[in-house]
Design a protein around this ligand. Structure first.
Ligand code: AMP
Length: 594
């Protein structure tokens, strides 16, 4: 299924945007979707975050936009975060289409500013359904000439109660508008939406074939995007690989990581499709002949590599599809040698990891990156071992004579202890061995915020004075309660918590159950299968209502629930605390979380 972006039928301006971003080849969903959508077909795409789905619908959408300053394309997203992210990605892809404007429109942003921005006539609007409806009702947005409408993460939007908003928006688009629906899952409600609004849609789904991963040790680390560079150095320092192959998803990523490693003193070089054959041969020659410890590469460049003795593969970026993962890690553990594979995973990419585990049936275990303390210990232990080896090798007369001469010159009265001299030498050696870097274990940029147990008075607080979102899970899904450190005093709303958990952790909103909001904290139910992951991610620096939150298991008894009518499970009454959805209260207050 490998193809090139040029073969997909895209214009030179967009191809240049793709080149600038450093994408080397289309991901599987892009290979499927771009030609189908360029042909003007309606389509239902099944793809999760991380598969390259934004460019999959975004590139054909941008191709259809003309220079006229009016809304021609609309993308609906479940959360503000996703709307911003999608708008940014479309803007980057269209950077050489100087005539195009992409505007994110979401709740929480000043509506006056949006009026002004909309008045400029951006061709593409990326927004959350609630705010788009606001603008439609106020007459500040018109969809009569929309050529393409995309629902991104449609299952999430339905889960969050946006069904009626979405229907109203689609009804306002013209009959001949191309309609595209992307969703990670295809429950009946999504099918019903597709049946109602899409004409003979093409189904775009990358087949999930079971893959056999090599039987090597596979490990993953949870990192935030900006920590990856530090995490890579930490891993390389701690493991001391002889030959490591590091995979990045873009050519730009390869250049950035290579430069970063070289600056920090590693014998590293990069390989990607923009290098000439001569340059590639030189890099490969050095990697084969031990001149390089670390080779950083894209998938495409690595396909041509023929090296047998790579002892570690590091997925700096998790691959877009399972096949690439299997290919990548197959580069280590060859010819009967030991090999290991390490993968960095950010919060949004957890689904990819789970896909990989499911399709390969491999167990990829979560490990903690070594702390600076660990590293310091490893470094000194290594030098100490070498000292012991040197001592064991026999008397060191020539060196003893030099030490005696040094001591006689500088400390003639013998006022220095031998252990002070040894300590100074140890410090020097450790530093010199590790590129002159000194470690300050007290300032670890990868350190996580410490977790703490719930305090007794906070447990008591969850009495009757709670706002709540009704449970939406089937009773047979095991749920775990999590205490999150923001509550009514922070103006938190249930939708914001769902948005934060779904957005940051990359899990469907459907795995979030009942939410109780107390004055100073909230208790949220999440499916037990993802609870550990949610806790880890929420504690890694997530902000809700401008406050950095902490999360911990909620061990107290559940607070008493107000009974609610069966129908209220999906659509709470306007008197109950609101999920984002069509509610007069939410919009009238102007306090949209999403
Ligand atoms: P998405 O699934 O749209 O959220 O995309 C996940 C990430 O992959 C984003 O950071 C994209 O910029 C990136 N990406 C999308 N397509 C490609 C590609 N063909 N090659 C490399 N990276 C890509």
């Amino acid at each position: 299924m490998t193809t090139s972006f040029a073969a997909l039928g895209l214009s030179p301006a967009l191809l240049q945007g793709i080149e600038d971003l450093g994408f080397e080849e289309p991901s599987p969903i892009q290979t499927l979707a771009v030609p189908a959508l360029l042909a003007g077909r309606d389509a239902v795409g099944q793809a999760q975050t991380g598969t390259g789905k934004t460019a999959a619908f975004g590139l054909p959408l941008l191709e259809r936009m003309g220079p006229e300053r009016r809304t021609q394309g609309i993308v609906l997203c479940p959360t503000r975060e996703l709307a911003i992210q999608v708008a940014e990605e479309l803007g980057r892809l269209a950077v050489h289409r100087k005539d195009l404007r992409v505007l994110p429109v979401y709740g929480g942003q000043s509506i006056e500013r949006q009026f002004r921005a909309l008045a400029q006539g951006p061709q593409v609007i990326v927004g959350t359904p609630g705010r788009i409806i606001d603008h439609l009702h106020r007459g500040t947005l018109h969809l009569e000439e929309t050529a393409v409408a995309v629902l991104d993460e449609a299952d999430e939007m339905l889960d969050m109660g946006f069904r009626e908003d979405i229907e109203e928006i689609l009804e306002k688009t013209p009959e001949n508008c191309q309609r595209v629906l992307f969703s990670a899952t295809m429950p009946p409600a999504i099918r019903a939406l597709a049946d109602r609004f899409l004409r003979d849609p093409e189904v775009l789904a990358v087949p999930h074939r079971t893959q056999t991963a090599p039987a090597i040790e596979q490990v993953y680390y949870e990192v935030r995007q900006h920590q990856k560079g530090e995490a890579l150095c930490r891993l390389l320092d701690a493991q001391n690989f002889r030959k490591a192959l590091v995979f990045c998803s873009t050519k730009r990523g390869v250049d950035d990581v290579t430069l970063q490693l070289q600056r920090r003193g590693y014998q590293a070089d990069g390989l990607h499709g923009n290098l000439s054959q001569g340059q590639r041969d030189r890099v490969m020659g050095r990697f084969r002949e031990e001149g390089l410890d670390v080779l950083v590469a894209t998938d495409v460049a690595a396909r041509g590599i023929d090296v047998d003795d790579v002892d570690a593969v590091i997925n700096y970026d998790i691959p877009h599809d399972v096949e690439s993962y299997v290919h990548r890690i197959g580069r280590t553990g060859r010819a009967g040698r030991e090999g290991r594979a390490f993968t960095f995973v950010t919060a949004r990419e957890h689904f990819r990891l789970r896909d990989i585990m499911r399709c390969t049936k491999a167990s990829i275990s979560r490990h903690q990156l070594p702390t600076l303390h660990d590293l310091h210990h490893l470094r000194t232990a290594k030098v100490m071992d070498e000292v012991l080896e040197t001592l064991a090798a026999g008397p060191q007369e020539r060196w003893i004579a030099l030490v005696e001469e040094f001591l006689g010159t500088h400390f003639p009265e013998g006022r220095i202890a031998s252990r002070d001299v040894a300590a100074a030498l140890l410090k020097l050696l450790v530093r010199r061995d590790f590129g002159g870097q000194d470690i300050d274990p007290g300032h670890d940029p990868l350190a996580e915020a410490p977790r703490r147990a719930p305090r007794a008075e906070e447990r008591r607080e969850s009495g009757s004075d709670t706002a709540r979102r009704p449970p939406r899970r089937h009773s047979d899904t095991p749920m775990t309660r999590i205490r999150i450190s923001v509550g009514r005093a922070h103006s938190v709303k249930p939708g914001m918590l769902v948005g934060a958990i779904a957005g940051e952790c990359g899990i469907p909103g459907g795995l979030v159950g009942a939410i109780d909001i107390a004055p100073r904290f909230s208790v949220v139910e999440v499916a037990s299968s993802v609870a550990e992951e949610v806790l880890a991610i929420l504690n890694a620096g997530v902000f809700v209502c401008g406050t950095k939150i902490t999360a911990e298991p909620w061990l107290a008894a559940p607070p008493p629930r107000k009974p609610h009518a069966p129908g209220a499970r999906r659509r709470p009454s306007s008197a109950s605390p609101q999920r984002p959805g069509r509610s007069g209260g939410r919009r009238a207050s102007g306090a949209q979380g999403l």
